[in-house]
Design a binder for this molecule. Structure first.
Ligand code: CTP
Length: 387
């Protein structure tokens, strides 16, 4: 998920930034708290680090130029003036100069300070540079005055932030189960029969569903990439574990089987490490249960099922069409593995989306864009089927 710089400047409303940080963390985002010395008079930086689940010894400078969003809440009149003039005398003002993404500012100050021509002209300068403002709202200030100067509510700041990060609620309230990676079927305690799937495609799908507000569980089979934040991760190293965990969540609204599940496993697995000798090692492979097919056959609750088919050329495409019916799924995502620049273990992918209504080719693109196209198709099917 996104990396968000949360700047906190020195006003009494700094305590409300605690809730804001919690909302970002709960939403699966990485938060980098930037606390000015004046803000520390109200809330210690350690509090924000603890809420952001980061070490207080983290070097924050490395994050200043690599973030998806900068939010300053509360923004005092003093920090606002510094931002308007490009000063760089603390972490927040330095971040504002270094950061290249969207900026959301949530002012909080005495109403007369907010209304003063100096502050208003600084606001205009920042607006003209593309900064967005949320609040301040009208109400009673901490000092007992009435007027416009109250910090916007953390929920409102969070809502605007999500918009700026391109997040939606189109899958809010939906439970989405995604499998990713490749299973490893043990030959003994150290050796296995496996495949080259990195899990990138499934991880991108889980992240995309999360960005759209879904409650996501990721069945993770030996991922070579880190799982996204904000999703429940369940380790499923083998086909048998994948089947058990998928069946335990058969009430999910959408299931996306992006994992490369082994079709066969060694019939016997030695305990400990099998010692070497000079005889050939005969291994008998027995079929595993097909997770997708089992879910397809057993589904009763109008769940949406999506499968992936990794195969070669036009014949593979024809087989993927057959799998749509055989496995009783709503959407098959066909991946041509005869090409080395896409698919397994690559950053890009190019797929054909196959449903009963027809087919659509999604041109070669990074896996997160392919994931967005797959989730778009899933949403369209949910709508069509009135779910
Ligand atoms: N799949 C599964 N359980 C298995 C094998 C595959 O759930 N034991 C799922 C995969 O996650 C994928 C889909 O089935 O979503 C298609 O997998 P694929 O390997 O292309 O097809 P298979 O049915 O295994 O057929 P084949 O290997 O003959 O192409």
């Amino acid at each position: 998920m996104a990396r968000v710089l949360v700047g906190i400047s020195g006003g009494i409303a700094a305590y409300k930034a605690c809730d804001l940080v919690r909302l970002f963390v709960k939403g699966g985002h990485e938060v980098v708290p930037l606390v000015t010395p004046a803000a520390e008079r109200f809330v210690r930086a350690e509090t924000f680090f603890a809420l952001a689940r980061r070490s207080p010894y983290d070097d924050l400078y490395v994050h200043l130029t690599r973030a998806d969003l900068l939010v300053v809440a509360p923004l005092t009149a003093n920090t606002l003036a510094k931002l308007a003039h490009g000063l760089a005398d603390n972490l927040v003002t330095e971040a504002a100069l270094a950061h290249r993404g969207p900026v959301l500012l949530a002012p909080a100050m005495n109403p007369r300070m907010w209304a003063s021509p100096a502050t208003q002209s600084n606001v205009e300068v920042l607006r003209a540079r593309g900064a967005l403002f949320v609040g301040p709202g009208e109400g009673e200030t901490a000092e007992g005055e009435w007027g416009v100067g109250r910090l916007a509510e953390p929920e409102e700041i969070f809502r605007r932030s999500r918009e700026l990060l391109g997040e939606t609620d189109s899958l809010a309230g939906r439970r989405v189960l995604v499998s990713a990676g490749g299973t490893r079927e043990p030959l003994d305690a150290v050796r296995f029969v496996g495949n080259r799937s990195s899990g990138r495609m499934g991880v991108a799908l889980a992240e995309e569903a999360r960005r759209r507000g879904a409650e996501v569980t990721l069945l993770a089979a030996n991922l070579a990439v880190p799982p996204p934040r904000g999703v429940e991760v369940v380790e499923t190293p083998t086909a048998a574990a994948m089947l058990d965990e998928a069946l335990a969540r058969r009430d999910s609204d959408v299931v996306v089987m992006a994992a490369a599940v082994a079709d066969y496993r060694p019939a016997e697995s030695a305990e400990g490490k099998r010692p070497k000798d000079d005889q050939p090692w005969q291994v008998t492979l027995e079929p595993t249960a097909d997770v997708l097919r089992t879910l397809g056959e057993g589904r009763t609750n109008g769940q949406l099922l999506i499968g992936f088919a990794a195969d070669r050329g036009d014949r593979g495409l024809a087989r993927a069409r057959e799998k749509l019916e055989q496995k009783r799924v709503d959407l098959m995502v066909y991946n041509d593995i005869s090409r080395s620049d896409i698919g397994f273990d690559a950053g890009d992918n190019e797929v054909v989306l196959i449903s009963a209504a027809g087919e659509r080719r999604v041109a070669k693109a990074p896996k997160d864009e392919i994931a967005a196209a797959v989730v778009d198709a899933a949403e369209e099917l949910l709508r069509e089927q009135g779910r």
